[in-house]
Design a binder for this molecule. Sequence first.
Ligand SMILES: O=P(O)(O)O[C@@H]1C[C@H](O)[C@@H](CO)O1
Length: 305
Amino acid sequence: MQAKENFSFEYCRETADWLQARTKQRPRIAIICGSGLGLLADSLKNQESFRYTDIPNFPHSTVTGHDGHLIFGELQGKLCVCMKGRFHMYEGYPLWKVTFPIRVFKLLGIEILLVTNAAGALAESFHIGDLMIIRDHINLLGLAGQNPLLGPNEERFGPRFPALSDAYDGKIRALAMEVARDLGYTSFVKEGVYCMVGGPNFESIAEARLLHLLGADAVGMSTAAEVVVARHCGLRVFGVSLITNQVTKEYDTQEHIDHHEVLEVSQRRASTLRMLLTELVGRLEWNSLSNSDPEDNQTAYQNGT
Ligand SMILES: O=P(O)(O)O[C@@H]1C[C@H](O)[C@@H](CO)O1
């Protein structure tokens, strides 16, 4: 098992304090940009940007399409902090480090986490360029014993046994669907189940068939671990996958997916995803999202209500 001492409250606090000493911005929304999806971060107003390499304790981005800046700024008049580039287990980081920024966000006062990723389609009804609002996930690594919450529990962040039955906020998903309707996006905005695998290889045919049989609509190499840590510390979560490729499930194909193709599609569709999220952020109203929703028992637990 990985040493956990560096996932401690104090270690996260040190990073949050460093950031708060350098910006007066106090955002309540955090956004993680997936592969090739950094465009959203670029559209923040009044930007204050920090290189990951300058932030104490922060991991460094090593993957093409993940720039490596933490950007504070305004989107639709709302203060946000945006990760332009995320971390993956296949880069050699333990999962606690992959998800470290989430706990820093919590200490910065973040309440809502918006996660994006590039993913391959397993569902036949999905097409390249579609946006999949994540209804639920299969954390394949977690089921196999690789979980960012392994080790002593830090009660100041959350409970030993967090519930994940409501991981992806129902009210924010409904709002996003409303936004999609208003933007005329309904033909390519779908809902579905995201499966996180470890990577870095793409799936074999037998693996792709298995994941589809298990109920996954799309597969990628991120997100679920971040969401586990976010829900543990009571953040509300909204996730969206940009479908960059069809995952091959037939043996008689000549198609081979590669990361360049993933980046090409995500860069081509980044402005559409940006539009959806920008409009969504603009419509996020804390009052209408309040926790009278019985679905949101995790946050109620955190608040002691
Ligand atoms: O960070 P995300 O999940 O968007 O990145 C996906 C998964 C792999 O890192 C990479 C494969 O092309 O894109």
